[in-house]
Design a binder for this molecule. Structure first.
Ligand code: UT7
Length: 331
């Protein structure tokens, strides 16, 4: 059977930097609180008129170039986002239009923070079965247009930022390289611990002025519960990947965890007794970019020389749904 190799990676973040000090002017918060509780110092926000499809296009073109391919060599697109360009059709269709490659399949994934790993897993199955040869997998988010930038929404608003990351995956005959395994989980009993209630098709009409006034159009989060669940699930799902590949935690050269909160990553590392240096973090500069955080971090780690050919890399995520997932891959 074919293996799924990572042929190229890319990322793009909008140029506008928003520091914690800027947020201090909008809401009752402090740089000190944000840094201490989350590790975030700044994030990127898009300019008006820019959506996830625009960010995705830049990341995708960078990944295709990194793979030394042309857009026309791609035969399927999977895009993960919780902040779609429009309610429908999927953002992957808008991305496909921008890439100028009509006709190939385009699929949206809606599993929030684990979106990129779910997308990676689906692409892996398509490639291993021979259905597609080269798949573009993208995580892209624009949070800044959908968060409550007032004191009411401060617990959520200070966490999130905009950005996109992309992989080009391709079929390989090398049994020692590529995606070794993926592990996907969800528990819908906790769906309301981190969710965006409205607009919703369950409501008639889907959105009312009252919903806006009450703040139901903004994400709501039970921060403490999400935090403790993440700290528990990250080690669990990483161990699952290690056991399934008969690897030890020391075999892994680099750990890249979804950038939700620096304290979550540090707690997971401590629980597994893995040195912090083995984790690549960039939440300080981008905040939490949900589906985009893993591919952005991966590409930055690669550019910084932290991922080399032959390295074993662990990816893991936890978030809204709840969903949690991991992937172990050999570069
Ligand atoms: O992608 C995955 C999804 N998200 C996450 O993984 C986030 C998980 N949760 C967290 O990261 C943390 O729960 C937060 C960073 C959101 C909050 O940290 P915490 O240590 O759990 O703080 P808290 O919610 O217990 O709030 C402590 C205090 C409260 O004030 P009182 O009740 O003690 O007076 C909050 O009102 O901090 C207050 N607070 C803030 N203060 C300044 C909440 N947000 C802010 C803020 N600035 N932005």
């Amino acid at each position: 059977m074919k293996r799924t190799a990572i042929l190229g990676t890319g990322h793009y973040v909008p140029p506008r930097v928003v520091t914690n000090q800027e947020l201090e002017k909008l809401m009752d918060t402090t740089d000190e609180w944000i840094v201490q509780r989350t590790g975030i110092r700044e994030r990127r926000f898009v300019d008006p008129g820019v959506g996830p499809a625009e960010l995705a296009e830049n990341a995708a073109r960078a990944a295709v170039e990194d793979a030394a391919l042309r857009i026309q060599d791609i035969d399927f697109i999977i895009l993960a986002t919780l902040s779609p360009q429009h309610n429908f059709p999927g953002t992957s269709c808008f991305l496909q239009e921008k890439l100028g490659h009509p006709g190939i399949g385009a699929l949206d994934i809606r599993t929030q923070c684990t979106g990129f790993l779910y997308a990676l897993s689906i692409a892996d199955q398509f490639i291993k079965t021979g259905m597609y040869q080269r798949i573009l997998v993208v995580g892209a988010e624009v949070h800044s247009t959908g968060i409550d930038l007032s004191t009411r929404g401060r617990d959520v608003a200070v966490l999130f930022g905009d950005g996109a990351g992309a992989f080009v995956l391709g079929a390989s005959d090398d049994p020692n390289r590529g995606i070794l395994s993926t592990h996907l989980h969800a528990d819908g009993r906790f769906a309301r611990d981190l969710w965006l209630e409205a607009p919703g098709s369950v409501f008639q009409p889907r959105m009312t002025v009252e919903m806006v006034t009450e703040g139901k159009c903004y994400p709501q989060m039970n921060g403490k519960k999400v935090f403790t669940s993440a700290v528990k699930k990250f080690p669990e799902v990483m161990r699952e990947a290690l056991v399934s590949n008969k690897k030890s935690k020391d075999d892994v050269d680099l750990y890249i965890l979804h950038q939700a909160n620096l304290r979550i990553v540090q707690a997971a590392a401590d629980l597994m007794e893995i040195p912090q240096e083995k984790f690549f973090n960039n939440i300080e500069r981008y905040g939490n970019t949900t589906a985009a955080s893993i591919p952005i971090a991966f590409n930055e780690a690669k550019q910084a020389g932290r991922i080399k050919n032959g390295d074993l890399v662990m990816l893991a995520a936890f978030g809204s749904g709840y969903t949690w997932a991991s992937a172990l891959l050999r570069m």
